[in-house]
Design a protein around this ligand. Structure first.
Ligand code: PBG
Length: 318
């Protein structure tokens, strides 16, 4: 008689386990702030701080020692303006080169967008109506990506969902001799309410309007396939899908359709949701493993998660 339960015995169950989660699958977010002389904790992201370049190095060291291969860097600049030009040089470039010099084992990914650098908070250069002007925005993103590459970044992660951004950045990097720098665009990025804690963390909320004109409608699936196809044609190496938990179907479909490396970005709101449930005693921290595993099961090869350090510690102790 067929009895699936035979395989659920301790010892056998590990042999037949179909999906695994390792620290090596994880990417840890890292916030750096040009205005600081010492780290400051981020109220909306319990356990996270904005760092200085010096403490970012320590953070990268700790992360790599836990077996987590990569950090993704987000910057808070001293100055913002209409065009976001302070993204061209400053804390992010300094952090990239400092980590590469001091923690050579760490893979450094740079989130590449203008929303942290524009005074209005939009992800590009906008007209009076708040509509993104594509050409000047792409030109700025090309310059920013090249500056990250000069600082030694391993992976550029353009997150603005601007049409043509992947091809434009790939062309620029190749032209400047950075053909070894990989591209991990946020290929299917939904216009989601789950980004709220992050926007508090980096002060990147919109002064007017919202991002629905360039981020995807949560109701759409076929559109994600189209977005990903375009990004692959333009030279994407890894496809990022964001958020993760409410979009597991998208992760699954993209992996099934294209079979390319897929990154799931488990965003700040997903973290906040679980964090507060755990901190309030409604769930145990086992929910972290189960949640991250769901993303692996759906097809993600790697996960950007605010639980990276915590999950790596737990996995090491098992
Ligand atoms: C854009 C960017 C955002 C996030 C990552 N990159 C914010 C946005 O699109 O509004 C959100 C990440 C998170 O919520 O954890 N630079």
């Amino acid at each position: 008689m067929a009895r699936p339960a035979r395989l659920r015995k301790k010892g056998i169950s590990t042999l037949v386990r179909e999906t695994s989660l390792h620290p090596g699958d994880l990417i840890c977010p890292l916030f750096v702030d040009e205005n600081l002389r010492a780290p400051v904790s981020i109220p909306s992201l319990a356990g996270f701080s904005r760092h200085t370049v010096e403490t970012a190095i320590l953070e990268a060291e700790e992360v790599t020692e836990l077996g987590i291969p990569a950090v993704i860097v987000f910057g808070v600049p001293r100055h913002k303006n209409e065009t976001g030009s302070s993204a061209l040089s400053g804390i992010v470039q300094d952090t990239i080169s400092a980590i590469k010099a001091n923690v050579p084992k760490a893979t450094v990914i740079a989130d590449t967008c203008l929303c942290e650098y524009t005074s209005h908070g939009h992800c590009g250069i906008v007209d009076e109506a708040g509509t993104i002007r594509r050409d000047p925005t792409l030109e700025m993103l090309q310059q920013v990506a090249a500056s990250y590459a000069r600082a030694g970044v391993d992976i550029v992660a353009p997150s603005g969902m601007i049409d043509g951004m992947v091809g434009a950045i790939r062309a620029k990097l190749d032209k400047e001799g950075f053909d070894a720098v990989a591209l991990m665009p946020y290929a299917a990025k939904y216009c989601s309410s789950f980004y709220a804690p992050f926007r508090d963390a980096v002060d990147s909320g919109c002064a007017f309007g919202d991002r629905s004109a360039h981020q995807m409608d949560p109701a759409n699936t076929n559109e994600a396939v189209r977005e990903v196809r375009l990004d692959l044609e333009e030279g994407a190496d890894i496809i990022m899908i964001k958020p993760a938990l409410p979009y597991l179907d998208i992760i699954y479909r993209i992996k099934q359709t294209f079979n390319v490396p897929v990154a799931a970005y488990s965003v700040s709101g997903e973290y906040a949701m679980l964090r507060s449930a755990i901190d309030n005693g409604h769930l145990t921290d086992e929910a972290i493993y189960e949640t991250l595993l769901s993303m692996k099961r759906a097809g993600a090869d790697m996960i950007v998660t605010y639980f990276a350090k915590e999950a790596a510690k737990t996995l090491a102790s098992q």
